[in-house]
Design a protein around this ligand. Structure first.
Ligand code: C2E
Ligand code: MG
Ligand code: MG
Ligand code: MG
Length: 276
């Protein structure tokens, strides 16, 4: 009986593996096609000054508009793209699409705040990070000062020397450098003194339970204080309530984004924000 059970769970296991692997392979080839067919799209989430609620920037967030499955969020395909190497194509597409959109808005006469683009950790080693930015910028005649690159702690920890070099080159183009999801990666604080960054983005998981979780409040306060004394700008992610905004403001965090203010919006719908 034990044997029987063992065999069943074994076959269940292999079956499970096969379907998983199959599903992955399918999705990979679909994703490949998606890039060619222009099924990817960007939404933009506004970023605000928490003190006067002025629009200060926008984060470009990629979505996969699948012909059958509908809108697929990035958490469901970016990790797969990173594993398969498709991330380089996606990043190239994202950089170009963001700059193209900025150009369209500028040509329509809007004053466009800085647009932030997410950089994958996988791009540090194999990618064409710098070329993606420079060629999109020159194709669409966009200045570096119009752009921000969001890198993660994991991006830096893979190869600190290389990361510092790349970040410096982006900075030299005038691009603002932000550390995304700050406080959640595997890293030491030591890099903060070697890395030429402008901005820390406090991860949403620390903001989520304010004001009910005193530990999250303590951590958030500490990140703000540390960032401030290092001369960095601090932006809080995932602000959903007035209480969270008030707490963050009171601790000296001057920037934020979250559903309280605006969800990620299509390029078309963002124009309402640009107009006022
Ligand atoms: P992220 O860069 O930390 O982006 C913030 C995420 O938080 C976005 O999810 C956004 O929709 C969500 N968010 C913003 N405000 C709130 C809020 O008030 N409450 C809640 N619950 N969520 C909020 P999204 O768009 O699903 O993106 C998830 C992650 O996928 C991003 O996290 C980023 O790591 C990655 N990603 C998105 N676009 C790109 C891209 O173009 N390239 C790369 N490499 N990664 C991307
Ligand atoms: Mg981000
Ligand atoms: Mg984040
Ligand atoms: Mg994130």
């Amino acid at each position: 009986q034990v044997k029987q059970k063992g065999r069943d769970s074994y076959s269940f296991y292999t079956e499970h593996l096969t379907t998983n692997a199959q599903r992955k392979a399918e999705m990979e080839s679909e994703l490949h096609r998606a890039i060619l067919n222009n099924e990817l799209m960007l939404q933009y989430q506004p970023q605000f000054n928490l003190n006067n609620e002025e629009l200060v920037g926008m984060e470009a967030l990629v979505r996969w508009n699948h012909p059958v499955k509908g809108m697929i969020p990035p958490d469901l395909f970016i990790p797969l793209a990173e594993e398969s190497g498709l991330i380089n194509k996606i990043s190239e597409w994202v950089c170009n699409a963001a700059c193209q959109q900025v150009r369209i808005w500028l040509d329509k006469g809007f004053r466009v705040p800085r647009v932030a683009v997410n950089v994958s950790g996988a791009e540090l080693m194999g990618g064409n990070l710098l070329t993606n930015f420079t060629s999109a910028m020159s194709t669409h005649r966009i200045a570096g000062s119009q752009l921000e690159a969001e890198i993660t702690e994991n991006f830096m920890m893979q190869d600190v020397e290389r990361a510092v070099g790349l970040v410096n080159e982006l900075r030299d183009l005038g691009i603002v450098i932000a550390v995304d999801d700050f406080g959640t990666g595997y890293s030491s604080l030591a890099y903060l003194k070697t890395l030429p960054i402008h901005r820390l983005k406090i991860d949403r998981t620390f903001v989520r339970e304010i004001p009910n979780n005193v530990n999250d409040m303590a951590i958030t306060h500490a990140i703000i204080a540390m960032g401030e004394s290092l001369g960095l700008e601090i932006l809080a992610e995932g602000i959903e309530t007035r209480e969270q905004q008030a707490f963050l403001r009171s601790k000296g965090c001057s920037l934020g984004q979250g559903y309280l203010f605006a969800r990620p919006l299509s390029a078309e719908n963002i124009e309402g924000w640009l107009a006022h």
